[in-house]
Design a protein around this ligand. Structure first.
Ligand code: PGA
Length: 253
């Protein structure tokens, strides 16, 4: 049984004051914990104050990125143990913005995922094709090669079982959501890849999130698909009401 996970990727939004306000408002909307799992990924500067607000609540904390070394002369980077110290449960790796704006290759994504697992943080490994790749009929080929490269050395043990996020680049921040059918088709492909490479047991346990313009209005159709186990939400996670709306759509599935 895979529990639905609704994760909010705030990207480079919200200073400390706004971040604390947003989680306070989110928590105030729920008088009891929802049946699905919920996580928020604020920018690094807001992680610690937000962690304080989330203590004892149903919302888990995640980071948007990490470096794979534990400490040292790596100016500007943040290590897995630093994230663990402040209570991060998840960290996103290989988001398409990291891949395409900052040129991160699959090998880095894999190294980051492995380093996170070593300190007990669950990596959310993102994959997804660009529009031209989909139009060229290459969407599955691109995703398969990202999966292959981004999971080198990754552990599939239950304690830090990775989460995969399928985020078609053409649907991120564009308002163009993949239809539930298109998303489901790729999720089936990803699960098939997992089954071939890691076995049926792993394939049936790994959660595969969909990301790309998820909103309260389209969330149910996506989340109701058999192989869609949650959502990685960007823009719509920046307002407590819309994020809460998506969480509600993820309940009782
Ligand atoms: P979006 O972003 O919901 O704003 O499209 C999703 C993501 O990039 O994780």
């Amino acid at each position: 049984m895979r529990r639905i996970l609704i994760a909010g990727n705030w990207k480079m939004h919200k200073g400390v004051g706004e971040a604390v306000e947003l989680v306070d408002e989110l928590l105030s909307i729920f008088s009891s914990p929802p049946s699905c799992e919920v996580a928020v990924m604020p920018p690094f500067t807001a992680l610690h104050p937000v962690a304080g607000r989330l203590k004892g609540s149903f919302v888990k904390l995640g980071a948007q990125n990490v470096y794979w070394e534990d400490q040292g002369a790596f100016t500007g980077e943040i290590s897995p143990s630093m994230l663990r110290e402040i209570g991060c449960h998840y960290a996103i790796v290989g988001h398409s913005e990291r891949r395409h704006i900052f040129g991160e290759p699959d090998q880095w994504v894999a190294k980051k995922a492995v380093a996170l697992q070593k300190v007990g943080i669950i990596p959310i490994i993102c994959v997804g094709e660009r529009l031209e790749e989909r139009e060229a009929g290459d969407a599955e080929g691109v995703v398969a090669s990202q999966l292959e490269g981004s999971t080198q050395g990754v552990s599939w043990d239950p304690e830090t079982l990775p989460v995969i996020a399928y985020e078609p680049v053409w649907a991120i921040g564009t308002g163009k959501t993949a239809t539930p059918e298109i998303a489901q088709e790729m999720h089936v492909f990803i699960r098939g890849w997992l089954s071939e490479n890691e076995g049926d047991g792993v394939a049936s346990r790994v959660r595969i999130l969909y990301g790309g313009s998820v909103k309260p209005e389209n969330a149910r159709g996506l989340l109701a698909q058999r192989d869609i186990d949650g959502a990685l939400v960007g823009g719509a996670s920046l307002k407590a009401q819309s994020f809460a709306g998506i969480i509600r759509e993820g309940e009782d599935l």
